[in-house]
Ligand binder design. Structure first.
Ligand code: SAM
Length: 285
């Protein structure tokens, strides 16, 4: 742990870097955590790795050893200068100075799959926590041609993402993740594994994209809209929540649908399986 701490401090001092809290900059200084992220990512020479928020390049250094190519997407110009100088001799790295949320990842992947000897694409990142959810939603909703997403995020968010629908941490996003991925916890990470220390405990999770989604729907967006509406008023019964948010045209209509699907009229948002929500989506279409 000491060497990575020393290395990080040296780079920060050399470039006069003060971590920018607004950009979620918490730099990893724990070797064991780096090793575990790399191991869980399961990288080989025909992989393209897209790293979001490389920062000073701590994970990047390991990624370029293992992967065919690494594309880093970093918003902070100061980090770009460091990355360019640090990896000047590496042939298999491309550094992009942009907000990851505005990058056309589909286009980037298509281009690289055509030009390089790339078979699989994997996302690896210690994410900026202020935009964890938008980034993960983008990675899933853009329907990217990727194998897996291995990311460090806040433990509280991680617990909700990797929960199985119906568990105690279930939220609307649990269903989205479950629809697209098989998920697993890699490890919990204590605050002192970073400088500066974040205010929250962290967790590394791995999301493996399913080849086939768990339910088949022409337009899954409708199902996700229903789930979101149900969870917006999660203390109410599903019937009331979906009537109040006008998913059901009326309470009578809602009751009819619940009865048809053999669902109790007092059921709540988190009691439904993804199959139940898919059936409701089919009924209201
Ligand atoms: N990977 C480094 C590490 O593990 O030490 C740094 C991780 S730090 C938690 C998050 C990184 O994401 C920072 O370098 C930050 O500048 C970058 N970042 C923040 N917002 C971003 C955005 N919208 N697009 C791309 N990178 C972003």
């Amino acid at each position: 742990m000491k060497d990575l701490l020393e290395e990080t401090k040296t780079i920060m001092k050399k470039y006069g870097i003060k971590a920018n809290k607004d950009l979620g900059q918490n730099f990893l200084i724990n070797n064991e955590v780096v090793e575990n992220i790399i191991k869980a990512s399961d990288i080989s020479k025909d992989d393209l790795i897209i790293e979001i928020g490389p920062g000073l390049g701590t994970l990047t250094k390991e990624l370029i050893e293992k992967a065919g190519k690494v594309i880093c997407i970093e918003l902070d110009k100061k980090m770009i200068k460091i990355l360019n100088e640090r990896f000047v001799n590496s042939k298999n790295i491309e550094i992009i100075n942009e907000d990851v949320l505005s990058v056309d990842l589909n286009e980037l992947i298509k281009l690289n799959k055509k030009n390089e000897n790339i078979n699989n694409v994997k996302i690896v990142a210690n994410l900026p926590y202020y935009i964890t959810t938008p980034i993960i939603m983008k990675l899933l909703e853009d329907k990217l041609d990727i194998d897996s997403i291995t990311v460090m995020i806040q433990k509280e968010v991680a617990d909700r993402l990797i929960e199985i629908p119906g568990g105690k941490n279930t939220g609307a996003i649990t269903y989205t993740i479950f629809y697209y991925c098989e998920s697993e916890k890699v490890m919990e990470v204590q605050n002192n594994s970073f400088i500066p220390e974040p205010d929250v405990t962290s967790e590394v999770i791995k999301l493996k994209l399913r080849k086939k989604t768990v339910v088949e729907l022409e337009n899954p967006k409708v199902m996700f809209m229903i789930i979101k509406s149900a969870f917006m008023q999660r203390r109410k019964t599903l019937l009331n929540a979906l009537t109040n948010t006008q998913v059901f045209a009326s309470k009578q209509e809602g009751l009819k649908i619940l009865r048809k699907l053999n669902l109790d009229e007092n059921v709540r948002a988190e009691n439904l399986s993804i199959e139940d929500y898919a059936k409701i989506a089919k009924e209201i279409l």
